[in-house]
Write a protein that binds this ligand. Structure first.
Ligand SMILES: Nc1nc2c(ncn2[C@@H]2O[C@H](COP(=O)(O)OP(=O)(O)OP(=O)(O)O)[C@@H](O)[C@H]2O)c(=O)[nH]1
Ligand SMILES: [Mg+2]
Ligand SMILES: [Zn+2]
Length: 339
């Protein structure tokens, strides 16, 4: 159907109606903002998300005038999925309140799938992810490999940190060769004890000038580490349950801290595991970084790296370039994906 051409007068009227509508919506929005913040709003400025509580966020002011001051902010309805570490545009209201009017682009994001398998962001704009584990709650290479797959696929650099080193007794001796295996693959592995003040300087220098996030199971000591690294910070810490040997999910929302030497550190709530069910089998192999040189070298293009002749991955396991432990963990995750 041919479009009817509007006369100049008609198109002027259409434009006028549109402009009036936009203006009405803007006024309505301003009224709503004023109701929430109790006053007129200041100019638009850039801010940093420190933490998220339900529908409100703590935004840190970045301008020289009020640098470092925290404002409790509401969100405009069209903004979703903001997390600790995000940069936003916001306007200050009365008594340290404000309204977030836009979100700014991220250079990185760490996601986890929720119970329905939908990816949800945990933290944004991070340079490195510190995977914290401990003798209690118990760590296994299967658990660590699941964490590492999720981190590798987010394309953010992982660092492993074995905390509660003071608890390594005869029963937990296997952790020593385990961390060596991860070092052999090329991962940086640190050890620490907040109880004995061990390994904290080394950790501090790795965090220097960078934006890092602590992730790991509940109870491994993430918040205790923040308290030790930043004297004066008194984050709530929780006991490990005597019955289950697991943490009790003390930290409930991610929070960003500034390090005295420059750099930022984000504490995050414990997660049992990253859940990898959203992955395709082809993607999984990219989460095992020492497998990469052998990918694509198998005789058959659709090789399952199971029993196929001419499989480059199986040969690498045989030659000792891939440990059978890592290969077993890979197979285990793969089976869970297709199961
Ligand atoms: N022995 C020993 N215990 C530690 C160490 N670091 C932390 N803990 C203890 O581990 C328990 C859990 O510490 P949190 O810091 O709350 O652990 P978290 O990882 O923040 O746990 P969530 O917030 O639930 O994810 C507390 O009882 C701490 O005192 C350590 O180096 N050695
Ligand atoms: Mg905690
Ligand atoms: Zn193969």
């Amino acid at each position: 159907m041919a479009k009817r051409k509007l006369t100049r007068k008609q198109s002027w009227r259409v434009k006028k109606i549109q402009n009036e509508r936009t203006e009405r919506m803007r006024k309505q929005q301003e009224k709503q903002d004023r109701l929430i913040t109790g006053g007129d709003l200041g100019p638009e400025q850039e801010g940093l998300v420190i933490t998220h509580y339900g529908s409100q966020l703590d935004i840190e002011c970045l301008n020289d005038h009020q640098k470092g001051v925290i404002f409790r902010c509401h969100l405009r309805a069209n903004i979703e999925g903001l997390v600790t570490g995000d940069r936003v545009v916001w306007r200050a209201g009365k008594e340290f309140t404000g309204i977030i009017v836009a979100s700014l682009p991220r250079h990185s994001v760490l996601n986890r799938p929720d119970t329905r398998g939908k990816l949800k962001p945990i933290a944004a704009n991070i340079d490195q992810i510190i995977v914290v584990f401990s003798p209690l709650p118990k760590a296994s290479s299967a658990l660590l490999d699941r964490y590492l797959v999720a981190v590798e696929l987010s394309q953010i650099e992982p660092i492993l940190l074995l905390n509660k080193y003071d608890l390594i007794d005869e029963d937990e001796q296997h952790l020593i060769p385990m961390i060596q295996r991860y070092r052999d693959i090329g991962y940086t592995v640190l050890t620490s004890s907040t109880k004995k003040h061990q390994g904290l300087n080394e950790l501090q220098s790795l965090l220097d000038q960078r934006i890092s996030v602590f992730v790991g199971q509940s109870g491994v000591g993430k918040s205790s580490l923040v308290n030790s690294l930043l004297p004066g910070t008194e984050l709530k810490i929780g006991e490990v349950s005597e019955n289950s040997g697991l943490g009790i999910h003390t930290t409930t929302s991610a929070r960003l801290f500034h390090l005295p030497g420059g750099g930022e550190l984000i504490d995050s709530p414990g997660i049992r595991e990253f859940g990898l069910w959203h992955l395709k089998p082809d993607e999984l192999i990219d989460g095992f970084k020492e497998f990469t040189p052998f990918v694509g070298l198998c005789k058959f293009r659709d090789c399952n790296h199971d029993k196929e002749p001419g499989c480059a991955i199986l040969k690498a396991v045989k030659d000792g370039d891939i440990t059978s432990l890592r290969f077993d963990n890979y197979r285990q995750i793969l089976q869970a994906l297709s199961g």
